[in-house]
Design a protein around this ligand. Structure first.
Ligand code: NDP
Length: 435
């Protein structure tokens, strides 16, 4: 804490890992030397830079850009870019730290990184977003590359922003390489990448439920968020026969007792992705639904909860409400959406709880598949990518069970994910010497 003042999210993420990994290290001599854990919590490199751009009124605007290059032991740095006014060093370091373990869990050769800027895309014109992305990439381009560091999307960065950043990278470097993932299909993107995080979280939920001989079909599901991850989690859960009754954004949540089916979801996608509107606009078309302003959906009765918006969006009281309402499974689609106190509530109640670094790894895994396709200069079919995604999620689940199952049969997915993620990175670091 002394070394990283004012970085509560980073400390939170490190604590959570240390709690489960330190006892494992104590039992395994091999990992006790060469300051392994101390090296893992220290970013290999942090780049902070000025991003200057001109808004539509001709005013000069200044933002702060970042790239955290956390760990490259098992592959080039890999992790998304976030554009949100809350972005700061602490949040990006927590995300880059988590990413290192997550990428290790996918079994693909990707190190950990994360980046972003405190730019708020809300209310900006198309041209302003483009100029910002170009200004951001003008500096970032010096620090990344297909074999060095391969960024992707995250909150506030979707296909549109990745496209603008890719265009600028290509213009500056005069090379067409797989330097970013989440690209459009016409210029090297992978089928299923937009869907992958949400789909993967639902596949992971299926595996979790199967350990209790339960099935996702017929379950009532509460989802938070209405962005990329939430949209495709809802799509896949609905396809598999579940009923999703809520979605949300930073203003509030909608509750539709009849379920958000495929047609209703396509309306939400139009509101959020094209009109760039608010989730409450849903009621203009579906007035039977309810809109609850300023709240998160955890008070709604459900069997399964999928938090898919942002960090620390589900606190201890929310967790208690979910448990009291009979929820049996919480699968994180977002990164660290549950506070540490909420996780304790879930684990004490012995419900199925998966941390984002395991259950939302489908996105980066599919980004890894995009990198492979770019290197091979070919593209796989949607079915092929989806099959690989499913098997990667099954493997991650198996790793969590391997390291997280206790004598009573309870699976501690937090412990399992942390140890399984740690082992691969630690082995690679030990083999590469003290660097
Ligand atoms: P989007 O920008 O597409 O969507 C984010 C959603 O979360 C929006 O509905 C947004 O509401 C809401 N949200 C953002 N900040 C807050 C906040 N402070 N309070 C309440 N709601 C908020 O992002 P993604 O769907 O890509 O990302 C969602 C989460 O999933 C993040 O934690 C991200 O790190 C994680 N993730 C994403 C991956 C991906 O492939 N995209 C991969 C793995 C993890 P509003 O519109 O009001 O801002």
């Amino acid at each position: 804490a002394k070394k990283n003042p004012n970085e509560p999210e980073f400390m939170q993420a490190v604590h959570e890992v240390a709690e489960t990994v330190i006892p494992f290290i104590e039992e395994n001599k091999k990992y006790q030397n060469k300051m392994l854990l101390e090296r893992m919590v220290e970013s290999e490199r942090i780049i902070m830079f000025r991003v200057v751009w001109i808004d539509d009124l001709g005013n000069t605007q200044v933002n702060r850009g970042y790239r955290i290059q956390m760990n490259s032991a098992i592959g080039p740095y890999k992790g998304g870019i976030r554009f949100h006014p809350s972005v700061n060093l602490s949040i990006l370091k927590f995300l880059a730290f988590e990413q290192t373990f997550k990428n290790s869990l996918t079994t693909l050769p990707m190190g950990g990184g994360k980046g972003g800027a405190d730019f708020d895309p809300k209310g900006k014109s198309e041209n302003e977003v483009m100029r910002f992305c170009q200004a951001f990439m003008t500096e970032l381009s010096r620090h990344i590359g297909a074999d060095t560091d391969v960024p992707a999307g995250d909150i506030g960065v979707g296909g549109r922003e990745v496209g603008y950043m890719f265009g600028q990278y290509k213009r500056l470097r005069n090379e067409f390489t797989g330097v970013l993932t989440g690209k459009g299909i016409s210029f090297g993107g992978s089928l299923i990448r937009p869907e992958a995080t949400g789909y993967g979280a639902v596949y992971f939920s299926q595996s979790m439920l199967a350990t209790k001989k339960e099935n996702i079909a017929g379950k009532t599901i509460v989802v938070s968020g209405s962005g990329n991850v939430a949209q495709y989690a809802v799509e896949k859960a609905t396809q598999l026969g579940a009923k999703v009754v809520t979605m949300s954004d930073s203003s509030g949540y909608i509750y539709d007792a009849e379920g958000i089916d495929a047609i209703k979801l396509s309306h939400i996608m139009e509101i959020k992705n094209e009109l760039r509107g608010r989730i409450g606009d849903y009621l203009n078309k579906y007035p039977n639904a309810k809109y609850v302003a300023g709240k998160r959906p955890w008070e709604v009765k459900c069997d399964v909860a999928l938090p898919c918006a942002t960090q620390n969006e589900l606190n201890e009281d929310d967790a208690k409400a979910l448990v009291a309402n009979g929820c049996i499974c919480v699968t994180e689609g977002a990164n660290m959406p549950s506070t540490p106190e909420a996780v304790i509530v879930f684990q004490k109640a012995k419900l199925l709880f998966a941390p984002g670094k395991a259950s939302n790894a489908g996105g980066v895994a599919t980004s890894g598949l995009e990198m492979s396709q770019n290197s091979l200069r070919l593209s796989w079919t949607a079915e092929e990518v989806d099959e690989r995604l499913k098997s990667i999620m099954l493997n991650i689940h198996a790793s969590c069970v391997k390291y997280g199952k206790d004598k009573t049969g309870y699976i501690d997915y937090v412990k399992g994910a942390n140890i399984a993620g740690f082992v691969k990175v630690a082995d690679a670091m030990l083999a590469q010497g003290v660097v």
